[in-house]
Design a protein around this ligand. Sequence first.
Ligand SMILES: *Cc1c(COP(=O)(O)O)cnc(C)c1O
Length: 434
Amino acid sequence: MDSVRSADLHSKALRLMPGGVSSPVRAFLAVNGTPRYITQGKGPRLKDVDGMEYIDFCGSFGPLILGHAHPVVVDAVKMAAAKGMSFGAPGEDELALAEHIVHLHPAVERVRFVNSGTEAVMSALRVARAWTGRDLILKFDGCYHGHSDALLVKAGSGLATFGISSSRGITAGTVKDSAVLPLDDEERMRSFFEERGENLAAAVIEAVPANNGLLLQRIRFLKTLERLCRKHGAAFIVDEVITGFRLGLGGASERFGLKPDIVTLGKIIGGGLPVGAYGGRNECMSLVSPEGPVYQAGTLSGNPIAMAAGRATLEILLKTKPYLRLEKATTQFARRIKEAAEAAGLSAVVPSIASMFWLLLQDGSAPRSANGIEKEAASSFARLHDAALQHGVYFPPSAFEVEFLSTVHDQDVLDEAIEGLSGAFREVANHNGR
Ligand SMILES: *Cc1c(COP(=O)(O)O)cnc(C)c1O
């Protein structure tokens, strides 16, 4: 049962790449574990180099709403690849994908494709600054918007007006131009806008914060932000990199009735290939080069294979409209996980929305801001994560990542997962009791 080959490969990788990985969470440091080297994904399942099989709730951290290797998406990718990898020229799949996004997303009048969510948000901020002629950016503690400099700034000890970077290598100037507020606090938001609203280029938020656990917000809070942005002439940016085509065809904007000036997309719109996009009001998008003065470009942007995968994915979602069914299954699954944890004597909070949920091993109700998460929850999750792997369930390797269902996580698969998780919860409870 030991992950001998994965461990071997990882020790070699550590000599070649920082942390042995291409993205930090994958190193399994947050769960004190060994990253599994995955050889194959099929439907809801993963296989690793040691021959272990897992039911996957990581879903590549969000893109895989159709599960692994959906045959229609695979065919689209194969056909596109056979015709050439990249042309540096526009293509029909790109146009079709743009058309779907513009038709389906209520906030997008025109769209520009990039290669990642990070790029999408970084470019959206540039457009917002050009649109308003201002520098200051507002973000919220507990929201992740990719790793561009301006967005790696966090609030220090409750002083929202003086941002402190949560990464080294960020200039003082960047920190000065970024402000951070706590989620779920209209009072703080109002006084911030009174003080600095006239300097604000944009506020950016995940309408469903899903990168620091799942911190479900009150719609009132989101609407207050939108209203204050309008009032003070700042761009209202909703980061829909996770929620776009996950909460429904119109994303979080449609679900909550928000009218952002700019939205950012990624993950699902690439069907598992590297794609991001930003789009919004014509007034904003007309500023983008070559129509306007905001430069933004990409050698591989609108890559034909990625566009084919994204197009196929959206067309399946459009045709099958799986959202109601997915949400029902997820709500029920989240409830069963909570019951299984409690049956083993553990406290668990399992908030969910659409086809994502979060397992938080603590008492009480689901937190709405980053400071509602207890320290011990992360170490309990680390033990659970390892036990779950032993029982054939693959959760993302951090207490602060959310879990995803796909359209191929059917009732049998979910029953099997509950059985595995029940065993894992009992092991963790035994360990705690010792
Ligand atoms: C994943 C994510 C990003 C970053 O996207 P990458 O493709 O990883 O660069 C940005 N914002 C949100 C809300 C995300 O979930």
